[in-house]
Write a protein that binds this ligand. Structure first.
Ligand code: KG4
Ligand code: ZN
Length: 363
């Protein structure tokens, strides 16, 4: 039986990881990036091939789930081949397959998970189920070779805004998260309303440099006294503000809107993040997710961490967005912790974040 062989190999790898190099193939297909990577010992990227579908979805103003699934299917074989070639390894050299099984778009996840299962079965090697959000944290293990838990982590992406206490390589406690829109989602919706295009995060970041923080969009404390976030109101305030100006036939101050949204949203996130570090007396802060590429967020976190004596870990820009290397790295650390082994019955879990151990924290 496949699962018996996989279990035996998984346990053997776990026992021998200090004596032997372990190659993990990471597969990511949760949204609009098809990516496959080969990572050695959880820390060294041998290859990280990313086929983005941004151009395909841009004309629709956002990701169309069914179109994403179909394009993952079309891309996977080529991405795998290129990834193995770049890493200069053969499929037979791979020790385990790590795959994103959630969170994300169910159809897109289904394609990656099915592909990973087929590969693991054909090679008779262990399959490791990876939570995409944890993958964003692990991107930092690839950038900082000596980084080890415990630490506080801020994950900011298109689908998630979360403050997490990472206890060890496997155990995480969710301190707070978004109650509605994630930061990236908030940026993308504001950008759409301003007619800037998709994905909006990077465009707002750019435009905000030419504007000033002069329009109050966040006029109340967001989720007071907790580490939760609520950002859907920002989009509504921007829509109302733009409509009012349009009705009066006035010019829309796009740059000032961008600068105001960026400053007010990011200041809330920076404030709660630093409070979390202080509350848990964490001397290290690890940031991850597509929005961790944001220039304002990076600068403000650097300033605040400097002031508070907190060591800040920001991922390299190339590893902020979705990629297979972070999944392979997370898979490796699960493996050496003896966790995450999956069978051929693994199914996508679009809302996996809800399964995190949760503490309703207050400050
Ligand atoms: O992590 P990611 O690639 O995908 C998800 O897991 O969701 O994050 C994508 C998100 C998008 O919403 C995009 O607009 C946002 O990251 N993003 C940014 C920046 N670059 C990408 N948001 C703000 N500033 C940026 N520079
Ligand atoms: Zn992501």
């Amino acid at each position: 039986m496949y699962i018996d062989i996989a279990k035996e190999k998984f346990n053997k790898l776990k026992k021998e990881y200090k004596q032997k190099d372990i190659l993990v193939l990471g597969i990511e297909s949760s949204c609009d990036e098809t990516s496959i990577a080969v990572v050695k010992n959880g820390r060294e990227i041998l290859s990280n091939v990313i086929a983005t579908q941004i151009e395909i979805h841009a004309r629709f103003g956002g990701v169309v789930p069914e179109v994403a699934s179909r394009n993952h299917l079309l891309a996977l074989d080529t991405v795998l081949e290129e990834s193995l070639q770049k890493a200069n390894v053969k499929l037979e050299d791979i020790d385990a397959i790590a795959v994103t099984y959630g969170a994300g778009l169910v159809g897109a996840l289904m394609v990656g998970v099915s592909y990973a299962k087929a590969l693991a079965y054909a090679l008779q090697i262990p399959l490791i189920a990876v939570n995409h959000i944890k993958g964003h944290i692990s991107a930092n293990y690839l950038c900082y070779k000596d980084l080890k838990p415990p630490f506080i982590s801020l994950i900011v992406s298109g689908g998630h805004t979360a403050l997490v206490r990472v206890e060890n390589y496997y155990k995480n406690t969710l301190l707070g998260s978004t109650t509605d829109d994630a930061v990236g989602e908030c940026y993308d919706k504001v950008a759409k309303c301003l007619g800037l295009g998709y994905p909006g995060g990077v465009l707002i970041d750019k435009k905000s440099k030419e504007g000033k923080n002069v329009i109050p969009f966040v006029t109340h404390e967001i989720c007071p006294k907790t580490f939760d976030f609520s950002l859907s109101g920002v989009k509504t305030s921007v829509i109302n503000y733009v409509h009012k100006l349009e009705q009066k036939g006035e010019k829309i101050p796009v740059e000032d809107i961008c600068a105001s949204v960026q400053t007010q949203v990011m200041e809330t996130i920076v404030d709660k993040t630093i409070k979390a570090c202080k509350k848990f007396k964490s001397k290290s802060l690890v940031v991850g997710g597509g929005v961790s590429a944001n220039s304002y967020l990076r600068q403000r976190l650097e300033e605040e961490c400097d002031k508070e004596g907190i060591e800040l870990y920001l991922p390299d820009l190339a590893l902020t967005g979705d990629n297979g290397a972070m999944i392979a790295s997370e898979g490796y650390f699960q493996l050496i912790s003896g966790k995450g082994l999956a069978g051929l019955d693994l199914s996508p879990a679009p809302n996996i974040n809800l399964k995190w151990e949760r503490r309703k924290e207050k400050f």
